[in-house]
Design a protein around this ligand. Structure first.
Ligand SMILES: [Zn+2]
Ligand SMILES: [Zn+2]
Length: 318
């Protein structure tokens, strides 16, 4: 499937190599520039024409974010946002990793908070979601309980933890070796193949621990991108990374993610992207979205259409 892309790339040799005259080389450069300019213009226009939406947000329940859904939806309305997805860190039936997520017995109150916010702010379409680790033993919980009985609008797949030799390692600090990176890519691929997740959050989070772009990092990235294309799963360009403490990369300070070389590579694949703020405070409800849409536009990355996701049902009679 990627043979063509590779072939196209290998033919990206400038005609100025070999016998071509200076004039034809110059014309080639002008053509390239015009092509780049019009493509950027087109994608920028398309992106700006899209409804302002954010599908990634948190609440106080995860213990590292502030305030409840209503404050976020009010902030979304005030920012002119039309679609807002609540996606706090998923409650898990066995309450594992309790320090960064709501307890299982808080799930009903979370759903009610999303419903109440949708009711109170009718100007915004409010979606009910959660950001989930993929844990095979909870497949039915995600599929039948959350997406089934409880009618969640969508789930986000995320690899904050990576299964490795029967244990879970913290992806933000432990994806240091080629083996760990391979395990992360395999985990994301398994997650995508379940079809449970509307998109994958911050696939490039290894930028938090990898200081330079190596062959191993590129191989891991290619595996993730290939799986995203193969399964039709959009990847998120995450705005939260832009607000985090920069890392000291080999080329100087940069956000831990989005990590630019990952998205440069993504441009070689027909992958779709979603730009979200991943807000942990209502003031950040739109933070980073336009910047990341600009990045997508400049690279010719297509924004995913998530209009099939249904807003939470509200009681028409209050
Ligand atoms: Zn996350
Ligand atoms: Zn998040």
């Amino acid at each position: 499937m990627y043979g063509k892309v590779e072939q196209d790339r290998s033919s990206y040799q400038s005609p100025s190599h070999g016998q071509a005259s200076e004039e034809s080389s110059c014309r080639f450069e002008v053509d390239c520039y015009l092509h780049w300019f019009f493509r950027k213009l087109l994608y920028t226009a398309l992106n700006l024409a899209l409804k302002l939406a954010n599908y990634h947000s948190h609440t106080f329940r995860c213990q590292h974010a502030a305030e409840d859904v209503l404050s976020y939806v009010q902030a979304a309305r005030d920012a002119g946002m039309e679609i807002f997805g609540a996606s706090d860190h998923a409650a898990l039936p066995d309450n594992r990793w309790p320090e960064v997520r709501m307890r299982f017995d808080e799930l009903d109150a979370y759903i009610e908070a999303v419903q109440n916010a949708a009711q109170a702010v009718p100007q915004v379409q409010v979606l009910l979601g959660m950001e989930c680790e993929y844990i095979p033993e909870f497949h039915h919980y995600y599929a039948d309980d959350l997406l089934g009985t409880r009618q969640f609008s969508y789930l986000i797949g995320a690899g904050h933890y990576t299964p490795y030799h029967g244990e879970w390692i913290n992806s933000f600090v432990e994806l240091r070796t080629a083996t760990h990176l391979r395990a992360y890519a395999q985990h994301l691929e398994e997650m995508m193949r379940t079809g449970l997740f509307a998109f994958i959050a911050h696939p490039d989070l290894f930028g938090a621990v990898q200081m330079s772009w190596t062959e191993e990092v590129a191989a891991c990235s290619r595996d993730i991108l290939a799986a995203a294309v193969d399964t039709g799963t959009p990847l998120e360009i995450n705005g939260y990374g832009l607000r985090k403490v920069p890392v000291s990369g080999a080329e100087g300070p940069r956000p831990p993610y989005p990590w630019r070389p990952f998205w440069d590579l993504a441009a070689e694949y027909p992958v779709q992207v979603v730009c979200n703020s991943d807000c942990h405070h209502p003031r950040d409800v739109v933070a980073g979205i336009r910047e990341n849409q600009e990045l997508a536009a400049s690279l010719g990355l297509a924004l995913a259409d998530l209009s099939h996701l249904q807003p939470i049902a509200v009681n028409a009679h209050g």
